[in-house]
Design a protein around this ligand. Structure first.
Ligand code: 9Z3
Length: 311
């Protein structure tokens, strides 16, 4: 049985920095709430499900947050304001292009007596400059707010708070729910306080179904917003049916379906009116095009159409 969303909030405490984040969200939303400004809440990365209160072990999932981080950049390119609600240490817009040693290899170090100079190597300037430009354009104008979560329950608390802060935007708010949210969890009351001990033998872990937040989100928290959810499957035969089922059940505006193995170059848009596929050709992939640029353009035009036909 799935627990009810209200029971979930009643039995899980907010994250320790919740009030600080709520204040940041509130201030950010108030600051940008001017005529016709669109605002996008992007959720990104995977949620963890702790196995112990003093958490040593947890259940996690595969998502690195590529879709959310890439999409944030494209929404910013379209001059949108972005709240990036993401898993702590998952990929972030702009910095995602420079991970690990690759970044170090782009730099040159010169030491001359007391002076140390660090420069970008000439052959890396063409790579760094355009990304740095886009980064500066959005950060200098304060167009993006970063908020992070780790556990499923952090995610629940922050998502609800963000929706409450966005409610005044009405139909100008887009929710782009790309985070890979766990379907299963261990209720707080059933979790051991301390690290499970191997001397006690192999534990039997019983997971419960996570309440679906889309229901209160669409019906109560932010009923006028343009809500886009993502549906991940591994069986191609199930994908469209599951997308349609979600639309019927939650009555939101759009479901974007994707298959684990092909998610980087193919997605399907499913709305109450129609469904169509977006895909990249081999050539586009080789040229470095990202499917998120097309997903974002399509979401923006679906949203404009929604505004025109509903208001
Ligand atoms: C997705 O389907 C995303 O596209 C991916 C992106 C997680 C596959 P990556 O981070 O992957 O780029 O590696 N996200 C949503 C999956 C999900 O949990 N949906 C839930 C549901 O369908 C909540 S809306 O019930």
């Amino acid at each position: 049985m799935s627990s009810h969303w209200e029971d979930f909030f009643a039995s899980h405490l907010p994250p320790s920095d919740f009030e600080d984040n709520r204040t940041l969200l509130k201030e950010f939303c108030e600051r940008h709430n001017q005529d016709n400004q669109q605002i996008i809440l992007i959720t990104s990365g995977g949620t963890t499900v702790p196995l112990e209160h003093n958490t040593v072990r947890f259940v996690d999932n595969f998502s690195a947050g590529t879709r959310g981080a890439a999409s944030a950049e494209y929404f910013l390119d379209h001059d949108c304001v972005v709240i990036f609600l993401h898993r702590h240490k998952s990929l972030e817009p702009f910095t995602r292009h420079f991970t690990g040693l690759q970044f170090m290899d782009m730099l040159e170090l010169q030491e001359d007596g007391q002076n140390t100079t660090i420069t970008v190597k000439p052959d890396s300037v063409d790579v760094v400059a355009p990304i740095l430009k886009r980064y500066k354009a959005s950060h200098d104008t304060g167009k993006i707010l970063y908020v992070n979560f780790t556990t499923l329950s952090d995610y629940f608390w922050l998502l609800r708070a963000a929706c409450e802060c966005l409610a005044d935007y009405g139909a100008r708010a887009i929710l782009y729910l790309a985070a890979a949210v766990s379907d299963f969890y261990i209720p707080s009351s059933e979790m051991p306080t301390h690290k499970m001990q191997s001397e006690a033998g192999a534990p039997t872990i019983s997971l419960k179904l996570v309440p679906k937040l889309l229901a209160p989100l669409v019906n109560l928290w932010i009923p006028q917003a343009f809500v886009v959810s993502f549906k991940l499957e591994t069986d191609e035969n199930l994908l469209i049916t599951k997308c349609r089922d979600a639309l019927k059940k939650y009555k939101h505006k759009l479901v974007i379906g994707n298959i684990l193995q092909t998610r980087r170059n193919k997605v399907v848009f499913v709305s109450p009116e129609n469904s169509y596929e977006i895909s990249l050709t081999r050539e586009q992939v080789l040229n470095g095009m990202e499917i998120e640029s097309q997903i974002v353009s399509n979401v923006i035009s679906c949203h404009s159409h929604f505004l025109k036909t509903n208001y």
